[in-house]
Design a protein around this ligand. Structure first.
Ligand code: PMP
Length: 287
């Protein structure tokens, strides 16, 4: 059975799933998105991603295309039609199709909605986590509203390509003060030289990661503390452990920064434990 996508009210074969050339997502990156990880065919951290979606839309004054309840039904139908058990669910909402003009179109233009779902090989993903990944650093060059999850991802695209060409899996943006902001598609964490968990606070210009938020609750339940303070790449190299979080990566150990190994160059024990705990939590809470 082939993949099925949802486009503006219809489920269509993936290969034939298209939007109009004057869709504002395509022309102007005037669109937001969300990604849910799927466990047993159910959405992890569903509430957190819906809440962030509503916030991203409201910050850009794009209307919710349908109620949360209706959207949930459509998302579930996309999962079902693609028979995804373990995988990822993608939702994009653009301001809609209108003659190209930077300013907003009239209220008669309805938002465009695109949904895709894909399966993941959980065993391959776990093998990658067990090896850990390398990251490279890149100068922070994004706009000032990285808290909004827009599809305007060109700096992230270029940073990720830089990582790929260096044999790394992620790029960490570094601001003009020399601190890591976040990854191109993940939040960045270390277990610093003193053994403290550290990640940047979300008053900074970063995405408020849903995985980050849930992991904070998991960490608190473990009786551990998180120091929401930025760190430099040098502190990451001197750290005991590092990892990234995101719906795509869950909790993924980082073993090198710019070619320099962290600790003994193997995934850290706390990162691996938090990965397991996060997955247990996400799987149990998936709806
Ligand atoms: N930062 C950026 C730039 C991202 O693209 C992502 C992935 N959505 C994250 C952080 C992690 O966010 P979440 O845990 O909500 O997936």
């Amino acid at each position: 059975m082939g993949r099925i996508a949802y486009v503006n009210g219809r489920f269509v074969p993936h290969a034939q799933a298209t939007v109009h050339i004057e869709d504002r997502g395509y022309q102007l990156a005037d669109a937001v998105y969300e990604v849910w990880s799927l466990f047993d065919g159910k959405m992890a951290d569903a509430e957190g991603h819906f809440t962030r979606l509503e916030r991203s839309l409201s910050e850009l004054r794009i209307a919710m295309p349908m109620s949360r309840r209706a959207l949930t039904l459509v998302l579930r139908e996309a999962i079902r039609r693609n028979r995804v058990r373990e995988g990822l669910l993608y939702l994009q909402v653009s301001r809609g199709v209108a003659p190209r003009d930077h300013a907003f179109p009239g209220d008669e233009v309805r938002p465009s909605v695109v949904i895709t779902a894909k399966s993941l090989d959980r065993a391959a993903v776990e093998a990658k986590a067990a090896r850990g990944v390398a990251v490279v650093t890149a100068p922070e060059n994004r706009w000032g509203r990285c808290d909004i999850k827009t599809v305007g991802l060109l700096p992230n695209v270029l940073a990720k390509q830089k990582a790929k060409e260096a044999g790394a899996a992620e790029a960490w943006f570094v601001d003009e003060l020399g601190f890591v902001t976040e990854g191109s598609s993940s939040n960045a964490w270390i277990v610093d030289a003193d053994g403290r968990l550290r990640t940047r606070d979300t008053n900074a210009n970063i995405l408020r990661g849903v995985t980050r938020r849930t992991l904070m609750d998991v960490i608190a339940r473990e009786g551990l503390a998180v120091d929401e303070r930025p760190f430099t790449p040098a502190e990451a190299v001197a750290a005991r452990e590092a990892f990234v979080t995101g719906a795509g990566t869950l909790v993924l150990p980082v073993v090198a920064v710019d070619g320099k190994p962290i600790g003994n160059g193997a995934p850290g024990p706390l990162a691996m434990r938090l990965r397991r705990l996060y997955i247990d939590e996400a799987r149990a809470g998936a709806v």
